[in-house]
Design a protein around this ligand. Sequence first.
Ligand code: SF4
Length: 255
Amino acid sequence: MLDKISYSTIFTFDQCKQHFKYMYVDKLPPDEKIKHISGIFGTIMHNTLGNFYLNSDFSFEQLRWTFFDEFMKSVKTENLDYTKITFDKLIARGYSMITKFYDVQKKSNLLVRPEFVEKPFKIYSEKLGIFITGRIDIGIDGWVEDFKTDAKPDHKRATDTLQLTIYSFAYRKLMGKKEKGVCLFFLEDGKKDIVTRESKDFKVLKDKIVEITSFVKNAKPEEYTKNTSNCFFCEYKSRCNKGNQKISMSFTEQP
Ligand code: SF4
């Protein structure tokens, strides 16, 4: 039985029901901790921007030093051979991102003390009988922003994603007021896709949560189907025969 739900829960449910079962229904520990450079880089950027807002005098110089500090911390803690994985390229990519980020926030008058940074939440929904959980990158001057390091600007994604609907719901509960807007901030391009959330969006979220909780209540084991399109990144692949098949096939296809 599910007692809490987050955007990751919903995303996993839509991606692969077997993965969802391992993770959220059976609550099995992952077979291995998989770290990909894109994930590590994303963490560096999130930590950089979060710490910049928490500690900064809001100068670009401070942002630049925060980035290099977070980058070098990651080199030590992740124990990766950065010389082999294009150390210079990652530095240049991060530097380009923070430069664009700074310009955009300056033009938007958002180089100010935020309402919160990296805010975890766990809010009980009386109507649905379940906790809604997550973590918001930043709430600032009434805006809710989610940083994306690995995606291109996509207004439809911002309009449709339940991630921003959940953040809007959480912001209103946490702050006791309606947000000005929610956005996906695509750091690579320095572009924000800003949208709003209204009652029809919360109805979509409610319907999705009801769909998932009803599924968990009623589904037979065979209804937890496997979708092999993302097996490479799955932390349960060694438990999952179909996933293993797909992965070994993809390796044998390599030249
Ligand atoms: S290995 Fe693939 S099919 Fe199996 S649970 Fe993971 S994502 Fe789903």
